[in-house]
Design a binder for this molecule. Sequence first.
Ligand code: SF4
Length: 210
Amino acid sequence: MMLPRPTLKITEVFASVQGEGLRQGEPTIFVRFSGCNLRCAFCDTKYAWTGGKERTRDEVMAEVRGLRNDFPAAWVCLTGGEPLLQDISGLVRDLKKEGLQVQAETNGTVDRLLAVDWYTVSPKPPEYAVERRFLKTAREVKLVVSRGMSLAIVRGVRKEFPPGTPIFLQPESNRRPGAAKAMEILQQGLKEGLENIRVSVQLHKVLGIQ
Ligand code: SF4
């Protein structure tokens, strides 16, 4: 019988505010998992693709508790890389037991059931395909607006998710070309009646914080 790996591969654990999406600005402890199954050209966390340190759940919990002593955030965000590539269900249980709210940021390609409070799903090129589970469970959808983004892609993603789930058009690294494109897509989308799409920024990059 194969035993589950006793450790998780982690790039970093840190305290900050959530920079993206509906939870923007909220105090959050981040756990960044190492490894990703995709290789997006615009990825701003390439340093998490490889490497990372093996840590037990207890070690991660100790680190989260330590950070919360100075920064008592109510939320923990599990991010990456792609956090769902590893079996993080035990850690989610531990965090919930501690009374924390848990957000998971995923590209939506790994079908894993977790007892998290909040899924942020960010479909990625070239297919922008996500596992069915996330169509209903996503609280928000994030699309990075880089050169390859188009109204057709946004239209396709909008069709997949329920109209009540907001879609964020997030210009790549807050840059002007992405912002102009996001506004153009927003305008065209509005004209053809696409619901619940909005333009956003990465707050942490505006403020120059981690
Ligand atoms: S899915 Fe996310 S972490 Fe993975 S390569 Fe793409 S942007 Fe980077």
